[in-house]
Design a protein around this ligand. Structure first.
Ligand SMILES: C[S@@+](CC[C@H](N)C(=O)[O-])C[C@H]1O[C@@H](n2cnc3c(N)ncnc32)[C@H](O)[C@@H]1O
Length: 338
């Protein structure tokens, strides 16, 4: 396994492998005990929501107006068509998440996802005077820049796994649509074929409603997508892994390996356990985070690179792509090396 850092993005020397508030450390166990105390959890959940909404609105994201506009937009009529009735939901997914009792499987979560995604980007550069749009563009661009640095400059068949309401899918599609390398290798195909896959049909209904580029939206489980073997040039997992237990992540890596062409790449961006910003989050924030994201301990103590290797990938590279996130890329062995 290789772990390279392109010189353009210096890696700040991390003091620890993961935050003390995750895993088996005493601090982590105290926080977990607190969260398991039901009345305290209920209070924290509500507080987390209020803090999130108020902070977003203070920063120019009209959270409640956005939600109301979407709820009134007729998006609910799309649910039937976008739902794949054969999809089954794993137990880890059927749990309260982000302070929604029904997790990702409800309109409230779906209608608030865009505001939450924009708020997340603003938090990355919270000391800089960026608008929500600028922060979002910078978040996506910092991921795309790593793809360029790793030489992943041509992708025609793209799958964005855990696409949620499609913000990551639109961004990766636009990035490759305009890549000169792709344009020269596929002169007859003016745009890539990009698919967003998600387990929540509510999220996908919003993605389809807001889609101006006519992408494809697929309701399915990343562990068993049903796509043909060796179909894709690139699979992305953007901010998905921290929402998964490690057993699911490993299964998903195996499935990604199956559906990628030989020599093609998987690219992952997510929270960086080594980030000093994340390690030094104030107690109230990490407690709120752990109380609304049930697989936090699993994610922060998981060796993602080792799991990629186990799933059959090679040329694994990890780069600190912004102050809070890391981008991990890995390649399926090219055919001629078999
Ligand atoms: C934080 S959101 C991803 C956000 C989006 N990719 C972006 O960058 O803006 C995580 C998404 O992963 C989806 N998800 C979780 N487990 C999944 C699975 N096993 N298969 C497919 N999607 C899954 C959730 O429904 C949710 O929409």
């Amino acid at each position: 396994m290789s772990s390279q850092q392109p010189s353009a993005i210096p890696l700040t020397s991390p003091s620890r492998e993961k935050p003390d508030w995750a895993g088996e450390d005493l601090l982590s166990r105290i926080v977990n005990r607190l969260i398991k105390t039901k009345p305290i959890y209920a209070l924290m959940k509500q507080q987390a929501r209020q803090v999130l909404i108020k902070t977003a609105e203070k920063n120019g994201i009209p959270w409640r107006d956005n939600t109301q506009a979407l709820l009134n937009s007729g998006v609910k009529d799309r649910l039937k068509d976008i739902t794949n009735p054969t999809v089954t939901y794993p137990d880890y997914y059927n749990v309260p998440f982000h302070a929604y009792d029904a997790g990702n499987l409800c309109w409230e979560a779906a209608c608030e996802a865009q505001s939450a995604t924009y708020s997340m980007a603003l938090r990355v550069w919270k000391n800089e005077p960026l608008t929500a749009d600028e922060a979002q563009a910078r978040l996506r661009s910092s991921f795309h820049q790593v793809l360029i640095q790793q030489g992943i400059t041509d992708a025609q068949d793209i799958l964005d796994v855990g696409c949620s309401v499609g913000i990551s899918t639109q961004a990766i599609h636009e990035f490759y649509r305009t890549q000169p390398d792709r344009q020269s290798k596929h002169p007859l195909q003016p745009v890539p074929r990009t698919i967003g896959l998600d387990l929540s049909p509510y999220m996908l209904a919003i993605a389809a409603q807001q889609d101006s580029q006519h992408l494809e939206w697929a309701h399915g489980r990343a562990e068993a997508t049903g796509f043909a073997a060796e179909r894709f040039d690139l699979v992305t997992l953007q901010f998905v892994l921290h929402e998964l237990p490690r057993s699911a992540t490993l299964e998903i890596f195996r499935e990604m390996h199956r559906i990628l062409k030989p020599g093609a790449h998987v690219a992952i961006v997510d929270n960086n356990p080594k980030s000093t910003v994340i390690q030094n989050l104030p107690p109230v924030l990490f407690t709120l985070m752990k109380s609304t994201e049930p697989w936090t301990d699993d994610y922060y103590t998981f060796d993602v690179e080792a799991a990629l290797l186990e799933a059959g990938f090679e040329a694994i590279s990890t780069v600190e792509s912004d102050p809070r996130h890391r981008t991990i890329t890995a390649r399926k062995v090219p055919t001629n090396l078999h």
